[in-house]
Design a protein around this ligand. Structure first.
Ligand code: C5P
Length: 224
């Protein structure tokens, strides 16, 4: 049977907490990768710690969004960290995506579509008038054009993304319980895999409280 794959969002600046996450997510039923976002990557000891990691699937969630030259220079500047996955906002534009892809080397380059914390109302506020689904489809086509290796989108959009993008699909905004925190476009792990997600990103539902219990809850939910 295909193993479920989960990126744990390591959203903290506390190295001790990260070490605990790494230790307590050892599990034979799930393949875990580790996503380091802006909080950890900008922390004092973050870079050094990532350099010391061995034999882990790592994901640098930099969400680059800048002019092509700055995006590609930044990717070159972190090449020593040997991330397996890196993110760039698709809204940075086709030329930035192409420039980033040119220098990303062995790292898989992931295009981030509309953030899962945004809904139609929030998009209108920043000047977008298309529906979330139409915007995400549009961006997925651009990711395809730039030959990106993966896409981040809400699990609610996996099926429409699959029509125009054939590589990996990674979905944050995953919730086991009813509390969605700051996320707007959420689904359960089971629904996300059913829709065809290759990887889920789960942060607080794993890292808050007892990590081992949270993982067991996740496995029970998937087995049901
Ligand atoms: O705690 P939670 O499961 O909501 O964490 C989700 C993680 O995924 C966070 O690290 C967040 O930065 C990231 N993310 C997201 N939505 C995106 C892209 C990344 O929530 N569209």
């Amino acid at each position: 049977m295909k193993k479920n794959k989960v990126f744990v969002a390591c959203d903290t600046t506390d190295i001790k907490k990260i070490k605990r996450i790494l230790k307590e997510t050892q599990n034979k039923n799930v393949i875990f990768g580790y996503k380091f976002g802006l909080e950890f990557l900008n922390s004092k000891n973050g870079r050094k710690f990532i350099n010391s990691l061995k034999n882990r699937i790592t994901f640098g969630d930099y969400k680059f969004s800048d002019i092509p030259n700055t995006c590609s220079s930044a990717i070159r500047a972190i090449s020593d960290l040997n991330f397996n996955y890196l993110t760039i906002h698709i809204s940075a534009g086709l030329n930035a995506l192409k420039a980033a892809k040119k220098v990303s080397g062995k790292a898989k380059l992931i295009g981030v579509t509309i953030l899962t914390s945004l809904d139609y109302k929030a998009l209108k506020e920043i000047g977008f008038n298309k529906s979330v689904k139409r915007l995400v489809t549009h961006q997925a086509k651009l990711a395809n054009k730039a030959k990106l290796d993966a896409i981040v989108c809400s699990a609610q959009e996996v099926q429409i993304v699959k029509k125009v993008f054939k590589n990996e699909i990674i979905t944050p905004g995953i919730r086991l319980n009813t509390s969605s925190d700051d996320q707007k476009r959420t689904l359960t792990p089971k629904q996300a895999y059913k829709n065809g997600a290759d990887w889920l990103v789960i942060g607080r539902d794993i890292t808050k409280g007892n990590i081992k219990n949270n993982i067991q809850k996740l496995i029970n939910h998937l087995d049901k």
